[in-house]
Structures are given as structure tokens and as C-alpha cells.
Design a protein around this ligand. Structure first.
Ligand SMILES: *Cc1c(COP(=O)(O)O)cnc(C)c1O
Length: 436
């Protein structure tokens, strides 16, 4: 598969180049320049197909030319010692649990695959430096996936606040490959610094810099795999329509689903489940995109006013506006409904769900009622976060304390950055350079 910028038809770059140099010069984002057809693979897949078998079969067609099937199987093994889990909870209603990775969020899938593929790309002795603006949870997820990967240095830019869950034996000065730097500023300052550093050609060429945030297609496209996995698990028993409900903040997850559909997965719709931050709702209904001010809610990963992936979503609508309006259904869920839904799911199904999953669950119920889907539509709700990551909220909603698994406890241990610097490019670049 070759990629082009959302802003121009040329140049075309390979997946490898799009991963190692993730920002097109014209300020757009990389998108595939043609479709691939996954349908040939589904014929031979069913409930018994494992997740790693599916990844091994599909990845070479995404990487086109860059990967044969024995490399693909090695990468799948190296990336995924966890898998999605589809749970049948009611008639026509499923939870797709995506939180079984090392840090309990669905982002582990994209990050794990990207780190494994980078190691493969760099095996001839090249080096790359991966920059990522990190919140404490995504930082841990990246540190976990990139730790010890050959040829790869991971620089994490944290905003002010407490760092958690990093293991100092993985830091560069202790012989590892991770450089956590704290910026005296906000998450937006960190994101701005990542972009400024990449645009500083001298620095970025010297260190071969790219980013691990979702603008990098290396993280976005592996998220296609779990949609296909859910489909292959269901395909022999489905009658009626199939819809996925996706809790959406930066819209990377939803866009991966749209690519799965574009590349041949038979699906009838996607619910773009938002909390009160519903700026994208109007756009999806065909109006111009007007960002609204940020609102803080109890599903914080969805608190986004301008989604990083806006351009990618917009490119789908430019290509086929009428088709898109019939396949994406926006919904906006209040904090109150989120809590009620966590309680409802606990009481009715004896299952905890995290608040982001609750937004998607509530959005599924609302949309199904509104469009009178009952009886002929199967809905798969994406469960994106481990419920124990929001233990206080889970207890508030259900009245029952939730047990935190040990691996999550580790992630909350406090730790220190290796440098604390003002939010300026020169300060950042010298902090990085001083590590060598
Ligand atoms: C990041 C995140 C989301 C939102 O995913 P996007 O790809 O940004 O839309 C949803 N749920 C959880 C738990 C997350 O961490």
C-alpha cells in the first residue's frame, strides 16, 4: 500500500517511509492512495482463526512489498502477546474487549505493532528516534512497547504533572533506549514541540526523527486488525446488519474501522460515540466543522475539541459524502448517562465497563432506539479501557469496589523524568542531545 498526503495526490511513499517520516511536507496527514481488497482473506477465516494468524495474513497486503508472510508472522508474535476478545452479552449485542494489552487500553494494539515493525525496518543497523507527546497512560504504553527494541530511541515529552509507571532501568543513561523529558507546560506544548522538532530538518535528519502519536500511520493502520478479527468471529452466525459503536476522541479508532470497511469488510455502520465534546457531530451530518471549547468530562480520553485525525476523516467525506452520511452515525452522551450506563451494565450483565466504553454502549442503545434497529441489527461495542483504570468511577456507578489487577498497580508507581525543561525547541533539542 502506498500513501499520499491528505493535501496532495503526490508524492507517493511506501508504508515504511510514511512510518519513518510521518509528517508530509505540506502539513497534511498520510492516507492510503488506493484501496486493497481484504475479501479474499475472509473466505478462509472463521471463528477458529487466531488474532495472530489474521495479522500474519493481512499485514503483508497493508505493507505491500515491504513484508513477506514469514516476517509478518514474526512481527505478529513480537507485537502481540495479547488479543482482542469478543463477548456475546445479549441478543445481537457484543463487547469487543480491547484492553487486554500491557497497559489496559486499546492503544496498546497500534503501539505494539508500530514498535515491532520499526525494529524490523531498522534491522540493517539504521537508527530512528521516535518522539511522542505523552499523557501518563499513553507514555507507559509506549515505554512498554518500545523498551529494548533494536535501533529505536523513544523520547517521551510529558506535560507538567506526575510521571508514573516508567522503569528507570530502561532509561538511556542506564543503558536503555527511553528518554522521558518533562516540559514545563501543557500537553499542547508537548505536541507543538514534537511538530517543531520534526520540522527542524537539521535535527530531524541527524537523529532520523519521527513521531509515535496517531498522526503516524504506523499506529493507525494496525487498528484495522481487531475490526477484522471481530468480523471473522461473527461472520458465520450473523444474520441482519452489523454496526460497530466506537468511543471517539481523536477519531483514530473510528478511522481504522472505516478503512476496514473501505478495504472490503462487510459492515453496515459505525456509531461515532462522543461525550459532551461533540464538535464532530455537525460535520458528520454534513455541516462545516466548527470546533467547540473543550469540556472536561468523566470520560477524559474523549475530551478533544479538534481531533488530530480530522483531516483523515474529512478525506472520506470529500471522496463520497452521501455514502459517508449513511454509514457514520454520531451520538453525544452526557456524564450522567455515562454513569447510569456503567450501573446498568453491571446490574444487567454483571460486568464492569469503563466510562469510555459506557459512552459507546449508551450511544449504541440511543441510536438503535432512534433508528428502530431492534431485532435485525447486531452491534459490537468497542471496550477501549480496562474498567479498573477508572476504579473510583466504577465504584461510584455500581456501589461495588473493583479489584485492580497487579499489572495496573505497577503503572501507577511514581517516577521522575531525566530532564525538566521550559517549553522551547532549543531547550528540548539540547536536552535530547545531552543524552549521547
Ligand atoms: C484514546 C482513547 C479513546 C479514544 O480513541 P481515539 O482513537 O482517540 O478516538 C477511547 N477510549 C480510551 C480508553 C482511550 O484511551
Amino acid at each position: 500500500m502506498q500513501f499520499r498526503s491528505t493535501k496532495s495526490m503526490f508524492p507517493l511513499v511506501s508504508y515504511k517511509d510514511a512510518v519513518l517520516n510521518c509528517m508530509p511536507d505540506d502539513g497534511g496527514l498520510y492516507v492510503p492512495c488506493k484501496t486493497v481488497d481484504f475479501r479474499q482473506f475472509f473466505l478462509n477465516m472463521n471463528k477458529k482463526t487466531t488474532f495472530n494468524e489474521l495479522v500474519t495474513a493481512i499485514a503483508p497486503s497493508i505493507l505491500e512489498g515491504g513484508l513477506n508472510s514469514s516476517c509478518a508472522s514474526r512481527i505478529a508474535e513480537s507485537a502481540f502477546d495479547f488479543k482482542p476478545e469478543l463477548i456475546d452479552i445479549d441478543d445481537g449485542l457484543y463487547l469487543l474487549n480491547l484492553y487486554n494489552g500491557p497497559t489496559g487500553v486499546f492503544k496498546d494494539f497500534g503501539i505494539a505493532f508500530m514498535s515491532a515493525i520499526l525494529e524490523e525496518f531498522l534491522k540493517d543497523g539504521e537508527q530512528a528516534m521516535i518522539l511522542a507527546a505523552a499523557r501518563p497512560d499513553t507514555g507507559v504504553s509506549m515505554a512498554h512497547a518500545f523498551r529494548g527494541r533494536k535501533g529505536v530511541l523513544l523520547v517521551l515529552l510529558y506535560p507538567s504533572g506526575q510521571l508514573r509507571g516508567l522503569d528507570s532501568s530502561s532509561f538511556v543513561q542506564n543503558g536503555g533506549n527511553i528518554i522521558p523529558i518533562q516540559i514545563k507546560g501543557t500537553f499542547d506544548d508537548c505536541q507543538r514541540l514534537v511538530i517543531e522538532t520534526i520540522n527542524d530538518r537539521d535535527f530531524s535528519e541527524r537523529y532520523n526523527v519521527t513521531s509515535a502519536n496517531t498522526m503516524n500511520p504506523g499506529r493507525l493502520f494496525p487498528q484495522i486488525f481487531y475490526y477484522l478479527y471481530a468480523f471473522t468471529q461473527l461472520k458465520n452466525k450473523l444474520c441482519g446488519d452489523l454496526v460497530f459503536s466506537v468511543p471517539s476522541g481523536n477519531f483514530g479508532n473510528l478511522i481504522a474501522g472505516l478503512y476496514a470497511w473501505k478495504f472490503g469488510m462487510p459492515v453496515n455502520g459505525f456509531i461515532a460515540a462522543m461525550n459532551a465534546n461533540n464538535s464532530m457531530g455537525g460535520f458528520i451530518h454534513g455541516k462545516p466543522f466548527i470546533p467547540k471549547p473543550l469540556i472536561y468530562t468523566n470520560s477524559p480520553a474523549l475530551d478533544v475539541s479538534v481531533p488530530i485525525n480530522y483531516e483523515r476523516l474529512a478525506s472520506f467525506y470529500t471522496e463520497a459524502p452521501a455514502v459517508m452520511r449513511n454509514i457514520v452515525y454520531p451520538a453525544s452522551i452526557t456524564d450522567e448517562t455515562t454513569l447510569e450506563t456503567m450501573e446498568h451494565v453491571y446490574k444487567k450483565y454483571n460486568a464492569y465497563i469503563d466510562p469510555h466504553t459506557a459512552v459507546a454502549f449508551a450511544a449504541a442503545m440511543e441510536t438503535s432506539d432512534r433508528l428502530k434497529w431492534k431485532g435485525n441489527t447486531n452491534i459490537v461495542v468497542l471496550a477501549t479501557g480496562h474498567p479498573a483504570r477508572s476504579a473510583n468511577l466504577a465504584e461510584k456507578a455500581t456501589g461495588k469496589a473493583i479489584k485492580t489487577p497487579d499489572f495496573l498497580k505497577e503503572l501507577w508507581k511514581k517516577c521522575d523524568p531525566i530532564a525538566l525543561i521550559p517549553p522551547q525547541l532549543d531547550a528540548f533539542e539540547s536536552a535530547v542531545a545531552s543524552c549521547f
